[in-house]
Design a protein around this ligand. Structure first.
Ligand code: PLP
Length: 386
């Protein structure tokens, strides 16, 4: 299929065909893993196939980057060694000492650590704000100094929802750009660039890769001037995805739509089970009508995703015991893979925000619902909750 044709297709067609046409020499339908750091040139200054050195560009990574741009309805995609490498490159590309950011008050712990312990000492300050409260986000902006309004939606791990269209207007009115970390939703459920966001961030380690076998990150933009700045820094800083990782991530992306639908089906069944369980307190899932962001999530997401957080009535020790007792749910960090994971954010993914305003409740458990047989998942939780 030609790229013009692929890019006009529906989501699944783009995920499978964008970024790569079968190799004209061999007919290979999948992008080969170009394990080559350098490329033979036709002469001094003459590029043979457009490639010279694999930090600058590598054909396996180019294929993934084209596919990422297509599934996010963007113009250019950039693949990195990890989500945090993508975030770091973005911060260096778009901010300078003296600038200011607005970040979610329940940002992913690693993002907070990057902003607080790396960007701040470099001179870029930040103000945390609840991304579901538009007035508070607007109030956190420092006119003339805020360069980026950075949001996750849904957030990790509290699954708060930010209204992307409204946040884009707030950011743009203040002369700032809106960055959306789309890791939790994945491009199948939500495409922030179509709602006015300027940059999409991914930890492709999660739903995009989808099999817990590769760490990676991505940035996608529509604006070509922004793309040039990011492209310059991607090469200058060098935190790129290697060809093996790019291949695995691209392979995962092709099945994102079918996996995501099953993640959502299973999550909906588990939410029903948890809501009826006497040991469980609040169940946090944007698909619940009682969730404060339900309406906005319904407007901007195709479905409500595979992540669930819930609080255990008996407190922190019981939450730790439940996390240790499941057998089908694996106790582990990360999310978005085919296998179900359970974790205690306060002691695991969000330990780095303990003692700050971003600290999460000790009785909170986070589930990344996989695509196993849903009855097995429910039985497992039932047993662990006791
Ligand atoms: N953004 C979110 C929402 C995440 O959950 C994570 C990792 O868990 C990251 C960014 C960082 O990505 P990585 O672990 O690939 O560096």
């Amino acid at each position: 299929m030609t790229q013009e044709h692929a890019n006009k297709g529906g989501f699944e067609t783009r995920a499978i065909h964008a970024g790569y046409e079968p190799d004209p020499t061999t007919g290979a339908v999948n992008p080969p893993i170009y394990a080559s750091s350098t490329y033979k040139q036709d002469g001094v200054g003459g590029l043979r196939g457009g490639y010279e050195y694999s930090r600058s560009a590598n054909p396996t990574r180019t294929a993934l980057e084209g596919a990422l741009a297509a599934v996010e309805s963007g113009e250019r995609g950039f693949a990195f060694a990890s989500g945090l490498a993508a975030e770091d490159t973005l911060l260096r590309s778009l901010t300078r000492p003296g600038d200011h950011l607005v970040i979610p008050d329940d940002a992913y712990g690693g993002t907070f650590r990057l902003v607080d312990k790396v960007a701040k000492p470099w001179g870029v300050e930040h103000t945390p704000a609840p991304i579901s409260d538009l007035d508070k986000v607007a109030a956190a902006i420092e006119p003339g100094r805020t360069r980026l309004v950075w949001v996750e939606t849904p957030t990790n791990p509290l699954l708060n929802i930010g209204d992307i269209e409204a946040l884009a207007t707030i950011a743009h009115d203040a002369g700032a750009l809106l960055v959306v970390d789309n890791t939790f939703a994945s491009p199948y459920l939500q495409q922030p660039l179509t709602l006015g966001a300027d940059v999409v961030v991914h930890s492709t380690t999660k739903y995009v890769g989808g099999h817990s076998d590769v760490v990676g990150g991505a940035l996608v933009v529509r604006d070509l001037e922004l793309a040039d700045r990011i492209g310059f820094h991607q090469n200058a800083m060098g935190a790129v995805a290697g060809p093996f990782d790019a291949y695995l991530t691209h392979r995962g992306l092709k099945t994102l739509a079918v996996r995501m639908d099953r993640h959502c089906d299973n999550a909906e069944r588990i939410v029903d089970f948890l809501c009826a369980h006497p040991a469980v307190g609040d169940v946090i899932y944007p698909g619940l009508e009682t969730h404060p962001g339900h309406h906005v999530a319904g407007k901007q997401m195709k479905r409500f995703g595979g992540m669930i957080s819930f609080r255990v009535r008996a407190g922190e020790q019981k939450a730790l015991d439940v996390c240790a007792a499941t057998e089908v749910f694996t106790l582990g960090e990360s999310l978005g893979g085919v296998e179900s994971l359970i974790e205690h954010p306060g002691r695991m993914t969000h330990a780095s925000v303990a003692g700050t305003e971003l600290e999460v409740p000790g009785d909170l458990i986070r589930l990344s619902v996989g695509i196993e047989t849903v009855e097995d998942l429910i039985d497992d939780l039932d047993r662990a909750l006791g």
